[in-house]
Write a protein that binds this ligand. Structure first.
Ligand code: NAG
Ligand code: NAG
Ligand code: NAG
Length: 249
């Protein structure tokens, strides 16, 4: 009776010892763990760099700014870019990062490297700029000293200078021109672009609209200069440009 009562106790005791042994064996030495983490951190880019006191202060400020950005109700990296764009532009951490040196911009198309406000204000306001409206609500441009031949599927050409002169307020026209040169929308992007086909069509039409503005030789020169200046202002150190090098006139 005694024996049979004790057996289970022995078994339990054995199990406990085994359990404690195995858990001791499976926990790594915490000092080794610390050393491993430290070694790995030192192998990261900049891991061997020792910060000066001034750099440590900046690092602390950056870290604090980052934490403040993360706790805000709207966290830009978690939003659709069109909705996040204004938040990013007004973000304090963005304006600090903008000044800092960047590695490289590796995928830039020459026909999409200058901001659309510059194209509108600088290029479409130049003399001899004609515009027509396509059958499917896009636009085309051409610079010409005389009225050019009408394009298929496009309205007769209008000289923008004349069109603007007839208007009291050109804001709506200018906004609609800009709307045709980019896929950006301030409406709900998921509603405006319900499928890849819809946004791809809009994307292609935007490039076709840009074509007539950028392939005018005097614009082409300024356009490249403006594009490179914008990357320079953002402190981008290296740029890989996918250039079409179109025929200019
Ligand atoms: C829109 O019009 C342009 C120019 O006429 C044409 O190239 C394009 O295929 C048209 N797109 C659609 C969806 O009809
Ligand atoms: C021109 O029109 C826009 C929008 O329709 C308006 O916001 C703006 O105040 C107007 N500008 C002037 C000078 O009337
Ligand atoms: C247009 O851009 C060019 C090149 O950056 C610049 O030299 C010129 O002054 C600009 N013109 C206007 C009206 O902004």
């Amino acid at each position: 009776m005694l024996v049979s009562l004790q057996r289970p106790h022995v078994a339990v005791a054995c199990l406990l010892v085994l359990y404690q042994l195995s858990s001791v064996l499976s926990i790594p030495d915490p000092r080794q763990r610390e050393a491993l983490i430290e070694l790995e951190a030192s192998m990261q880019t900049g891991g061997q760099v020792v910060l000066t006191d001034a750099e440590k202060r900046l690092d602390a400020i950056l870290f604090k700014m980052k934490q403040e950005e993360i706790v805000r109700a709207d966290f830009p990296p978690a939003m659709h870019f069109f909705k996040a764009r204004d938040l990013i532009r007004t973000s304090p951490i963005f304006s600090l990062l903008q000044k800092m040196p960047k590695g490289g911009a590796l995928h830039v198309h020459d026909f999409a490297m200058v901001d659309v406000e510059w194209l509108l204000k600088n290029v479409t306001y130049r003399p001899h700029c004609y515009m027509c409206f396509t059958d499917n609500q896009s636009i085309r441009f051409i610079f010409s000293s005389q009225e050019p031949k009408t394009l298929p599927n496009c309205s007769p050409w209008t000289l923008l200078e004349n069109l603007r002169a007839k208007m009291i307020n050109t804001t709506d026209l200018d906004n609609s021109i800009m709307g045709n040169l980019t896929i950006f929308t301030d409406q709900d992007p998921e509603t405006v672009y319900p499928s890849q086909d819809v946004i791809w069509e809009k994307f292609e039409q935007a490039f076709l609209a840009l074509w007539g503005l950028v392939t005018y030789a005097p614009v082409f020169r300024d356009y490249y200069y403006q594009g490179l200046s914008q990357f320079y202002m953002d402190n981008v150190m290296y740029l890989e440009l996918r250039a079409l090098l179109p025929e200019v006139h």
